[in-house]
Design a binder for this molecule. Structure first.
Ligand code: NAD
Ligand code: IPM
Ligand code: MN
Length: 352
C-alpha cells in the first residue's frame, strides 16, 4: 500500500471551504483504488493564526513541512485583517521561496459543459510554465522619501539559472505534449530584462530542435489567449506575466474558480505545493458557493505528481461529467453549492 503524507494548509477565506471538499474527494479515490492511502496533517497557518501569534507560521514551519510528500494549500489573504504583503510574504511566498518551488505549472483547457466567455472555446488545451521564484517578484526595492517626494522602486531580477530552468522545464513538457513552446516576452527594448529573456530562450531552444517555438509580446499574447487560445501548447512566462496570463486562462475556461496549479520543487530537496490559481475570495467567503473545482483539479495535479496519472484522469473525467450535467456553482452559471458539487462528484466517482 502506497501511503502519501500530506501537509494541509487551508489558509484563509474560501480556502477553508474548498480544501475539506477536495480532501473528501481524494479519500473517495483512495477507497475506490485500494492501493493507496493518504495521511493528512492539518496546519492552521493563516491570517487568523497571525492575529493570535503575530506571525503567519511558526519559525520552524518550513522545517516541519520538509517531512511531507507534498503540501496541499487553499489560499492566503484576508486583507481586512492582515495586510496582504504581510500574509503573503509570511506564508505563501515564504514556502515557495524557502522550498525552492521554482516552477509553477498552470493548465487551462476547454472543459465540456462549461460556459466559456469565448465565442469559440472548443479544444484549447494549454499549460503555462510560470517562473516562480524571481523576476518581477524580487525582494529588491523599497519606498523612500515622504509625501509628494515619495517614490517606490521595484527591481526585477532575472538570473540566467532561474530563466533557463523555467525554459528547460517548458521544453521538456512540450516534448511530452504537442511539441510547441511559446515565450511570453516584451522584447521591444522597453524592459531591460526581456532582451535577456529572449537571448536565453534562443540558446535553450537549440537543445530541443524538434520542438517548435514562437515568441509574442505579453500584451499581444494576452489578447491571443482570448481570441485564439487553440494555437498554444506550452507557454513559458516570467513570474508576473505568468500570474496574469493564468487568471486569463481561468477566465477563458469559464471562471478562475476552476483553474489549478502546482508549485514544483525541481531539485527534489523539498516537497512541492499544490494550490489553485484563485485566491481567498473574501467577497463570497461564508456563503457556501465557492467553486471547489479549482481545488479538486489541483488535487489531480498532486496525483499526477505522485505518478498516479490514471487516478487523476479518472477524477478529471468525473469532474467533466458532473459539470456537463449542469451540477455547478454560480460562477459558472449553475446554482449548486460547494458541497453539492462535491457530493455529486463523489457519487460519480463511486459509480464510474
Ligand atoms: P480571488 O481569486 O480571491 O478573487 C477574484 C474573484 O474571483 C472574486 O470575485 C472571487 O469571488 C472569484 N473567485 C475566486 N475563486 C473562486 C471560486 N473558487 N469560486 C467562485 N468564485 C471565485 O482574487 P482577489 O480578490 O484578487 O484576492 C483576494 C485575496 O486572495 C487577496 O488577499 C489576495 O492577495 C489573495 N490571493 C491569494 C492567492 C493564493 O493564496 N494563492 C491567490 C490569489 C489571490
Ligand atoms: C497566485 C497569486 C499570488 C502570486 C499572490 C497572492 C502573491 O496571485 O498564486 O497567482 O501572484 O503569485
Ligand atoms: Mn495570481
Amino acid at each position: 500500500m502506497q501511503k502519501y503524507e500530506i501537509a494541509v494548509i487551508p489558509g484563509d477565506g474560501i480556502g477553508k471551504e474548498v480544501v475539506p471538499e477536495a480532501l473528501k474527494v481524494l479519500e473517495t479515490l483512495a477507497d475506490i483504488h485500494g492501493g493507496l492511502s493518504f495521511e493528512w496533517t492539518p496546519f492552521p497557518w493563516s491570517c487568523d493564526y497571525y492575529v493570535q501569534h503575530g506571525k503567519m507560521m511558526p519559525d520552524d514551519g518550513i522545517q516541519t513541512l520538509q517531512n511531507f510528500n507534498a503540501i496541499f494549500l487553499g489560499a492566503v489573504g484576508n486583507p481586512q485583517v492582515v495586510p496582504d504583503h504581510i500574509s503573503l510574504w509570511g506564508l505563501l511566498i515564504n514556502i515557495r521561496r524557502e522550498m525552492e518551488q521554482s516552477i509553477n505549472i498552470r493548465p487551462a483547457r476547454y472543459f465540456k459543459g462549461l460556459q466559456s466567455p469565448l465565442v469559440n472555446p472548443k479544444d484549447f488545451d494549454l499549460i503555462v510554465v510560470r517562473e516562480n521564484s524571481e523576476g518581477e517578484y524580487s525582494e529588491v526595492g523599497g519606498r523612500i522619501h515622504k509625501n509628494e517626494d515619495e517614490i517606490a522602486i521595484q527591481n526585477a531580477i532575472f538570473t540566467r539559472k532561474g530563466t533557463e530552468r523555467a525554459m528547460r522545464y517548458a521544453f521538456e513538457l512540450a516534448q511530452k505534449r504537442r511539441g510547441h513552446v511559446t515565450s511570453a516576452t516584451k522584447s521591444n527594448g522597453i524592459v531591460h530584462s526581456m532582451p535577456f529573456w529572449d537571448g536565453v530562450f534562443d540558446e535553450v531552444k537549440k537543445d530541443y530542435s524538434e520542438v517548435e517555438t514562437a515568441s509574442y509580446h505579453i500584451d499581444a499574447l494576452a489578447a491571443f489567449f482570448v481570441s485564439r487560445p487553440q494555437v498554444f501548447d506550452v507557454i513559458v512566462a516570467s513570474n508576473l506575466f505568468g500570474d496574469i496570463l493564468t487568471d486569463i486562462g481561468g477566465a477563458i475556461m469559464g471562471s478562475i474558480g476552476i483553474a489549478p496549479a502546482a508549485n514544483i520543487n525541481v531539485n527534489g530537496k523539498y516537497p512541492s505545493m499544490f494550490e489553485p490559481v484563485h485566491g481567498s475570495a473574501p467577497d463570497i467567503y461564508g456563503k457556501g458557493i465557492a467553486n471547489p473545482v479549482g481545488q479538486i483539479w489541483t488535487a489531480k495535479m498532486m496525483l499526477d505528481h505522485f505518478g498516479e496519472e490514471e487516478l487523476g484522469q479518472h477524477l478529471l473525467d468525473a469532474m467533466e461529467s458532473v459539470i456537463g450535467e449542469g451540477i455547478k456553482t454560480v460562477d459558472i452559471g449553475g446554482a449548486a453549492t460547494t458541497k453539492e458539487v462535491t457530493e455529486a462528484l463523489i457519487q460519480r466517482l463511486k459509480s464510474l
